[in-house]
Write a protein that binds this ligand. Structure first.
Ligand code: HEM
Length: 224
C-alpha cells in the first residue's frame, strides 16, 4: 500500500491526521476554557506557551503539515468519490449516510476559512485590531490575552462567526471520530451504534464548550 497514492493509504493519512487534529482541538479547548477561571489563568497559560521558544515553532510546523495533509487528501477523496459514484442518491440512501457524513467537505471548508480568519485575528493580530490592542498594557508582566479574547467576543459579529465555525467543528468531529475508528480498525467487537453514539457525544461536548466561550463574553456572563 502506498500511503500517498492508494485510496486506502490516503484514508489512513486522513484518519491519523484527523485523530491528531482532534487531539489538538481538545488541548486547545482545555486551554481556552481557562477564561472561566479568571483573567490571570489564560494569561499565564499563554505566557507558558510562548516561553517554550523553538518548541512552539516545531509545534506550528507539525500543525501546518497535519492541516495541509488532511485538507489536501480530504478534497482529493471527495472529488474521487463523487466521480466514482454517479448514482450518489441511491448509494447514500442505502448506506443511511448521516448529515454530518454528507457535509464533511462543507464543514471542513468552513473550518479552513475560519482557521485563516482565526490566525489573522489571535495569532497575527491583523484583524479586529481594536480588541487586539488590549493585549497591552501588560498585567502582572504578562500580555493580557484575556482582554484581547474578551473584547473580541463582545462584538456580536465576531461571536456569531465563532459560533458558526464551532458548530461546523462539532459536525465535522461527529463523523470524523466514527471515520477514524473504522479506518484504523479500532472498532473490534464494538458495535457501530456505540461508536456513532460516542462520536455524537464527543461532538456535542466540543460544540457546547467551544460555543460557551464567545457567548459568555457576548452576554457579559464573563466580564472583561
Ligand atoms: C472559542 C474558540 C476558540 C478560541 C477562544 C481560541 C483562542 C485562541 C487564541 C487566544 C490563540 C492565540 C494563542 C496565542 O498565541 O497566545 C489561538 C491560536 C490558535 N488556534 Fe484557536 N481558539 C478557538 C478555536 C479554535 C479552533 C476550533 C481551532 C482549530 C480548528 C483553533 C486553532 C488554532 C490554531 C492553529 C492557533 C495557532 C496556534 C499558534 O499560534 O501556534 N482554534 N486560538
Amino acid at each position: 500500500m502506498h500511503l500517498f497514492t492508494s485510496t486506502v493509504g490516503r484514508k489512513v493519512l486522513m484518519a491519523v491526521t484527523g485523530l491528531l487534529l482532534v487531539g489538538f482541538i481538545t488541548v486547545h479547548l482545555l486551554g481556552n476554557l481557562s477564561v472561566f477561571a479568571g483573567s490571570e489563568a489564560i494569561n499565564i497559560y499563554a505566557e507558558k506557551l510562548h516561553s517554550l521558544g523553538p518548541i512552539v515553532w516545531i509545534f506550528r510546523l507539525v500543525m501546518l503539515a497535519l492541516f495541509a495533509i488532511h485538507i489536501t487528501f480530504g478534497i482529493k477523496l471527495t472529488v474521487e468519490n463523487s466521480a466514482a459514484t454517479p448514482e450518489q442518491y441511491a448509494i447514500q440512501v442505502s448506506q443511511k449516510t448521516t448529515f454530518a457524513a454528507k457535509s464533511m467537505i462543507y464543514t471542513g471548508l468552513i473550518i479552513l476559512v475560519f482557521l485563516l480568519y482565526h490566525l489573522l485575528h489571535f495569532t497575527l493580530h491583523v484583524v479586529h485590531t481594536g480588541a487586539v490592542a488590549t493585549l497591552e498594557p501588560l498585567v502582572n508582566g504578562r500580555l493580557n490575552v484575556f482582554a484581547m479574547v474578551g473584547n473580541s467576543f463582545t462584538s456580536a459579529f465576531v461571536s456569531i462567526v465563532y459560533v458558526i465555525a464551532m458548530i461546523a467543528v462539532a459536525f465535522h468531529v461527529t463523523h470524523g471520530i466514527q471515520s477514524f475508528v473504522q479506518t484504523l480498525g479500532w472498532n473490534n467487537g464494538t458495535s457501530q451504534d456505540k461508536v456513532t453514539a460516542v462520536g455524537k457525544l464527543a461532538a456535542v461536548a466540543y460544540g457546547v464548550l467551544y460555543v460557551a466561550i464567545p457567548l459568555a463574553f457576548l452576554f457579559h456572563i464573563v466580564k472583561v
